[in-house]
Structures are given as structure tokens and as C-alpha cells.
Design a protein around this ligand. Structure first.
Ligand code: GTP
Ligand code: MG
Ligand code: ZN
Length: 324
């Protein structure tokens, strides 16, 4: 499955290229708490109707998926299968892509400003699904540039990636302007299916254009107002690489709601606490104010940075909010 539109989808068939397909009606009825019956990256069975068209008959079981939880009241109108039949149940999740080998989390050093929260949520989601997370710190050509007023001040450097580097995650600093890091990224992503995700305007599509220039896609300038991207990419799309691998470009996201994380599991999936959660007095410690908490003790001793702990607490609040 290479793209999913509101009426039809495109499917890559070995030896035939890309076919435009409709979905067998019962696929819509069989939706599994998801906004759409299929996602980019799904492997499907297709009945050919002509040289360029077909019907998707069924969707194979997935190895994994990256899905975002849609906060209640925020999902109406984004799909078409979750109306009356699901009322009163959990809102459907939005599956961004399926059957992934890597989730390539792209963040910019500046413009838009680096925000750890989204990176951390995506890393937790990747760990839960057993998918390798990769962090790409893009726009490093802007390193040392004074942050603009309103961007919380201060100068941002590539040091922001230290928690993930210390956790042995692949972290690559890149610039599509100077070319720094792009060869290393191309090499890392040569095989398998790689999903590009991150805030709008961080340079996901620009990186894709460097790695797969034959599939040149539109990029947009970051609006100066708020430094927020304009959401140039509007559809999730699978692009083949000459190396045999695949890239999936996705529209920028403002936030990412984690699905189905048990609050007591979060600290073990979060980057930066190491084995400490296992040393707490209570097995289901949430590392807030519980007695005998090894995480809090390490924060108070300055062994864990307050900022890291604050990000954890924000994500925990969100996870607990969704759980009720
Ligand atoms: N200085 C600098 N600018 C970059 C770099 N990479 C991309 N840009 C610029 O950042 C802007 C946004 O790039 P895009 O590739 O469209 O960003 P995106 O992440 O695909 O954005 P959405 O599709 O909206 O999610 C464009 O103006 C790019 O030229 C970089 O390494 N350095
Ligand atoms: Mg884009
Ligand atoms: Zn604890």
C-alpha cells in the first residue's frame, strides 16, 4: 500500500508498478477501531481489474504499526467509518503506517524550535511496537544561531540529542543545505521500510529529496510567524529507494497521543531513566511522590536532569488522562 486516499488507494505490485485500487466494501465494515481500514505499508491482496486498476480484497496481518491516539472530540471528520457504530467506545486510532523497520524521528535544531516531548512520545511508541527509532537532528547548519525572541531564548546546540545518544539510539545530525550527515543517513536507511515523522517544517521531505532525488516532492518554507511549518506534505506516501529500501513521508504533526501505554510501564519505555524504575520500592511506582522512588532520588541528587524528568511527567499526565 503506497498511499491511502478518501476513495481509492495505490498499491505497488512487483513487476507491475503502482496500481490504483478501490477497497472491497467489507473492508470498511471490518475496521478495527482505526480511522481507515488500511494504512500505508500494509501488505494487501489485490484482484486485478485492468493493467492499472484493481480491488483490494484483504489486508494481511501486520508486523507492527505506528498509530496515534486521537483525543476525544478531536477526531470527527477525519475518517468516515467511526460514526454511529462506535459511539460510546474509544475514539479510533489513526494508523500512520504499518510494517515498519525504522521510525525516523526528524527534529530541527531551530526553526521550528527543538521540542523533546514529541521525540520522547515517538520513541516510546517505537519501543512499544518493537520498531527501531532513529533520531535525525536536521538544520544543524543553523547551529549557534541565536534563537529568536519567543523561542524560549538561549542558543540551541546539537547537545539536545544527548539523552538518546547515551541510550545508544542512532542519532544523525544532518543539513540538507551543507549535506552534512546525509550520506550516513542514506546508508542507515538503505534497507527496509523507514517512516519519516516529526513536526511540520523540520525538513522531512527535504531529507527524502536528498535520499531519493528521483521521487522529488514539494517542500515548503517555514512561515516566519511562530516559526511553525505550513504543513506542505498532506498525505502519507511510500517512496522506493534505489537501494531496495523504502521511505514513507508523512505530514508534520503538532502532537502525538500515545495509545495503550500502562502508566506504570512508561518510565521503562522512556529514554533516560535506565534501570532505575526497577529499583523503586513499589513495582508500579509512577515516580511522582511515592516513597522509596529511585527515579526521584536520582533527580534530587542531580543525576537525572530536571528537564528530562519534567518531560516524563508531562507524558505521564497525558497517558493517565487517556486511560480514564
Ligand atoms: N537551514 C536549513 N533549512 C532546511 C533544511 N532542511 C530543510 N530546510 C527548509 O525547511 C523548510 C521545510 O522543509 P520541508 O522539507 O518542507 O519540511 P517538512 O518536515 O517536510 O514539513 P511538512 O511537510 O509540513 O511536515 C524548507 O524551507 C526547507 O528548505 C536544513 O537542513 N537547513
Ligand atoms: Mg513534508
Ligand atoms: Zn519510582
Amino acid at each position: 500500500m503506497t498511499s491511502v486516499g478518501s476513495r481509492s488507494v495505490t498499491v505497488f505490485v512487483e513487476g507491475k508498478g503502482v496500481l490504483r485500487c478501490t477497497l472491497r466494501g467489507n473492508l470498511w465494515a471490518a475496521e478495527r477501531g482505526e480511522t481507515r481500514p488500511v494504512a500505508v505499508g500494509d501488505r494487501v491482496q489485490v484482484k486485478l481489474e485492468s493493467g492499472t486498476e484493481g480491488v483490494v480484497e484483504s489486508v494481511d496481518e501486520r508486523a507492527n504499526r505506528l498509530a496515534r491516539h486521537q483525543p476525544a472530540g478531536r477526531f470527527s471528520g477525519q475518517g468516515r467509518t467511526h460514526t454511529s457504530a462506535r459511539s460510546g467506545k474509544d475514539p479510533p486510532v489513526q494508523v500512520i503506517a504499518a510494517n515498519l523497520d525504522r521510525i525516523v524521528i526528524v527534529a530541527a535544531l531551530l526553526d521550528p524550535p527543538f521540542r523533546a516531548g514529541l521525540v520522547d512520545r515517538l520513541v516510546v511508541a517505537a519501543h512499544m511496537q518493537g520498531i527501531e527509532p532513529v533520531l535525525v537532528l536536521n538544520k544543524v547548519d543553523l547551529e549557534g544561531t541565536e534563537a529568536r525572541p519567543g523561542d524560549r531564548g538561549g542558543t540551541v546546540t546539537r547537545d539536545v540529542a544527548r539523552p538518546w545518544i547515551e541510550d545508544d539510539m542512532h542519532v544523525i545530525a544532518t543539513s540538507t543545505v551543507t549535506g552534512e550527515g546525509t550520506d550516513a543517513l542514506r546508508e542507515l536507511l538503505a534497507q527496509g521500510v523507514n517512516l519519516l515523522v516529526g513536526h511540520s517544517g523540520v525538513g522531512k521531505t527535504s531529507l527524502l529529496n536528498v535520499i531519493a532525488p528521483q521521487a522529488l516532492r514539494a517542500t515548503g518554507s517555514v512561515t516566519s510567524y511562530h516559526g511553525r511549518g505550513r504543513h506542505t506534505t498532506t498525505q502519507v506516501r511510500l517512496v522506493p529507494l534505489d537501494s531496495g529500501g523504502w521511505m514513507v513521508d508523512s505530514p508534520g504533526m503538532r502532537e502525538f497521543g500515545l495509545e495503550d501505554v500502562r502508566p506504570a510501564d512508561l518510565a521503562r519505555l522512556f529514554t533516560g531513566f535506565g534501570e532505575l524504575p526497577d529499583a523503586c520500592k513499589f513495582n508500579d511506582c509512577l515516580h511522582r511522590t511515592e516513597p522509596g522512588c529511585a527515579v526521584r532520588t536520582a533527580v534530587d541528587a542531580g543525576e537525572i536532569a530536571e528537564e528530562r524528568y519534567d518531560v516524563y511527567r508531562r507524558i505521564l499526565d497525558g497517558v493517565e488522562g487517556e486511560a480514564v
